[in-house]
Design a protein around this ligand. Sequence first.
Ligand code: ZN
Length: 359
Amino acid sequence: MQVLWPILLALAGTLRAELPAPPPIGAVVEADERLFVVLRAPSKQDRSRAASLGLDIVDVAGASASGVATPAAVSRLRAAGYRIEKRESLRDANKGFPPADKAYHDYAQVQSALGKIAGAHPDFASLVELGTSVRGRKLTAIRFTKGAGKKPGALFVGNHHAREHLSTELPLLAAQWFADNASKPEVKAFLETRDVYFIPLLNPDGAEHDIESGRYAWHRKNMRPNSDGSVGVDLNRNYDSHWGEAGTSRWPSDDTYGGPSAFSEPESRALKAFLEARRNIQMMVSYHTSGELMLYPWSWSDEPLTGPEHEAFVAMGNKMAGWTGYRSQQSSELYPSSGDTCDWAWAARGVFCWTFELD
Ligand SMILES: [Zn+2]
């Protein structure tokens, strides 16, 4: 994969420059009572426990963690002894966000762009429908390969988390770049020797909801109606790998809610079925924002991988760190979380799976 990596990772670096700055988050949807909080959580255990109590951690700075929580979750955190250093409504917290970005792609534009690429390059590009979302939107992959025969596969997935719109743009732009540069020798070699898939938008319902008012709703989850009247399951806590353990909330209204059971959601089930049907896929990147990190299993536990498998992840990480300036580390180093996409892909399928936190 050595040729592919610099291409894709270079795109991550150039995307910011190519796109105008994003729109102001400005205000959140009506009746959204969630709070932006900063609390003292010096250790990763503190942060993992805070996530279990419902805090969606957005940033870690020194001994403090900041993020989004419902008023009920804030009460839980206080009761558990956390010192809340700052709390404000999301509406107020969002004032400082950067100005508009019309170059980002909504669901219809993603679908249209993928359709155009496949339509223009039938000799090496094709679409694969892997399922439908809670609200019935198509989940679409674009595949790049030339000729027949079994080849090692790579999968690049964006937008498990709705509001992380940059994670959609990168795989979409990479797919476009592949198509536009198919005649270049290095890309041609890839098409002939690899089976490459991009799924830019795994959570279209959530991403659409996030932008439907014309202002970001700061939405993270899918759009599953929950038993308590709240909406959404955190798709990156919904995979069947130590589901429901550290870093996952059991309160449905929380942003880190893992769902009623592992693989309860059509979006995570679609990705599972997609991988199970394509055993040649050996590596995968799941894009998120933010932090300039490249994370490898495990996420659920501090326990490190061992032996040659661990060495392989570390070697890949070191190589990619040299190309990107991103930091490679075990996922649990920031804070353990369970039901994670890459933990499952590695444990169940043996896929060398990376979570990229773009910035
Ligand atoms: Zn994310």
